[in-house]
Design a protein around this ligand. Structure first.
Ligand SMILES: [Mn+2]
Length: 430
């Protein structure tokens, strides 16, 4: 039995006052779904098994290019971050793993493993960092890393990624995510083809160091920090990388890393069809790589992404097993509250997508009945699945209302007393 940070008694009494209403809401929704030929318990079972990883960097306050306003009780190091992740896991029961960022989270791997397993937490994909310079680093990444013109800098970046794999092996991680900031700010600054060739050669060396049961995720992003050209700028380039590297290489889709109005769900479909969808960094965006909370701006788009994922899951697509991770920056909210709600939003989109009448949809598509086809999706999206999500949490030991339970527990005030504010801290969101 793993330890819990919030008192189990507090969670139990929180649930006790809400349980009767939840049971009524669940029964009522169950009856309505039954009329549509859907068994509510089967949906709840799937939701209970759905998991999304918490990024270690997400539990601290983010920041913008202009300023960072630290919140009270921010984690001082990775061990504080693991405790915050344990709170999120305890109350939502949706986030069993943490995704680490090296070197920000560098510590004795055995100590890390021990700290996480105390709370029943595991480790998701490892994330390397060659987009900023670590203290005491020999060569700078100011002009790039894996695609750098200088062979020594490329070597240093490759070695760093291999070190991330080594740390991950001890932790039980099974994937490495590589995102680089390499690119250029001026036309002519970089030869596109040569830079991409250097990147591919470097990635091949990293790929060669991958254990047999690991995956390598490459993450594309249209722009920033480079504002004229970026080496891994879109899913097309990303797909080429995964193809060049081999069977263990996959594309990672960060929802905020595309041009405005791009049809991301269609990109997801393409990557599934060609067996190169590795996973997601969930977040939401209004203008660019805003890293806002998942589902906070365009929940329908999140649903449409999950519509593609559920379609693949139900059709038994070969080797389909995408990694789910959040990747957000919290500037004005308590990061724990944002991450709990975001995990729930991702679950919500999954549950709604499970309600799509796929047989009817296929029929309308075959008949070119555009109106009824789109209404079939809307009927699923409009269904308020909150009782399913809350019942899944109640059944697995979480809180019916995670934010209310968290606030009642007074966790933030408690850690604020123990954790003096640190200036600066590790920023940067990928
Ligand atoms: Mn990302």
């Amino acid at each position: 039995m793993s330890e819990t940070i919030i008192s189990a008694d507090l969670v139990a009494s929180h649930n006790a006052t809400r349980k009767a209403n939840l049971e009524r809401d669940y029964a009522s929704l169950g009856e309505r779904l039954d009329r549509r030929g859907i068994a509510i318990d089967a949906i709840r079972d799937k939701v209970e098994k759905f998991a999304v990883a918490i990024p270690s960097w997400g539990v601290g306050t983010g920041g913008t290019r202009f300023a960072r306003f630290p919140g009270a009780g921010e984690p001082r190091d990775i061990f504080d971050k693991i405790e915050d992740c344990a709170v999120i896991k305890q109350l939502t029961q949706a986030t069993p793993t943490v995704s680490l960022h090296i070197p920000w989270d560098k510590a004795d791997p055995n100590r890390l493993k021990q700290a996480a397993s105390r709370f029943g937490l595991g480790f998701d994909a490892m994330n390397s960092n060659t987009f900023s310079d670590a203290r005491d680093q020999k060569l700078s990444y100011k002009f790039g890393s894996l695609s750098h013109a200088d062979a020594g800098t490329r070597r240093q970046a490759v070695e760093h990624n291999l070190e991330c794999i080594e740390i991950g092996k001890t932790l039980g991680s099974k994937a490495l995510t590589v995102w680089i900031g390499d690119g250029s700010n001026f036309p002519g600054q970089v030869n596109f083809a040569k830079a991409f060739e250097r990147y591919l050669d470097a990635m091949k060396e990293i790929y060669a160091g991958l254990p047999a049961d690991w995956k390598l995720f490459s993450e594309h992003k249209m722009y920033e920090p480079a504002f004229y050209s970026t080496v891994v700028q879109d899913w097309g380039t990303n797909y080429m990388i995964a193809q060049e590297l081999g069977d263990k290489a996959f594309c990672l889709v960060d929802l905020g890393h595309h041009a405005p109005n791009v049809n991301i769900e269609m990109i997801v479909s393409r990557l599934i069809q060609f067996k190169k969808l590795g996973g997601f960094h969930f977040n939401d965006s209004k203008y660019g790589d805003d890293d806002l909370d998942a589902g906070s701006i365009d929940p329908y788009r999140l649903f449409l992404v999950f519509n593609e994922l559920v379609d693949a899951e139900l059709s038994g697509a070969d080797g389909f097993d995408p990694a789910h991770m959040l990747d957000q920056s919290h500037n004005v909210t308590d990061p724990i509250e944002s991450l709990m709600l975001s995990a729930v939003e991702v679950q919500r989109a999954y549950a709604q997508a499970l309600l799509v009448d796929r047989k009817a949809l296929e029929g309308f598509q075959d008949l070119n009945d555009a109106l009824m086809a789109t209404q079939t999706l809307k009927a699923a999206y409009r269904t308020d699945v909150e009782p399913i999500l809350a019942m899944a949490r109640l059944k697995t030991g979480g809180a019916i209302d995670p934010v209310a339970a968290y606030r009642a527990a007074g966790y933030r005030a408690e850690v604020a007393a123990e954790r003096p504010a640190v200036a600066g801290g590790s920023g940067g969101i990928v």
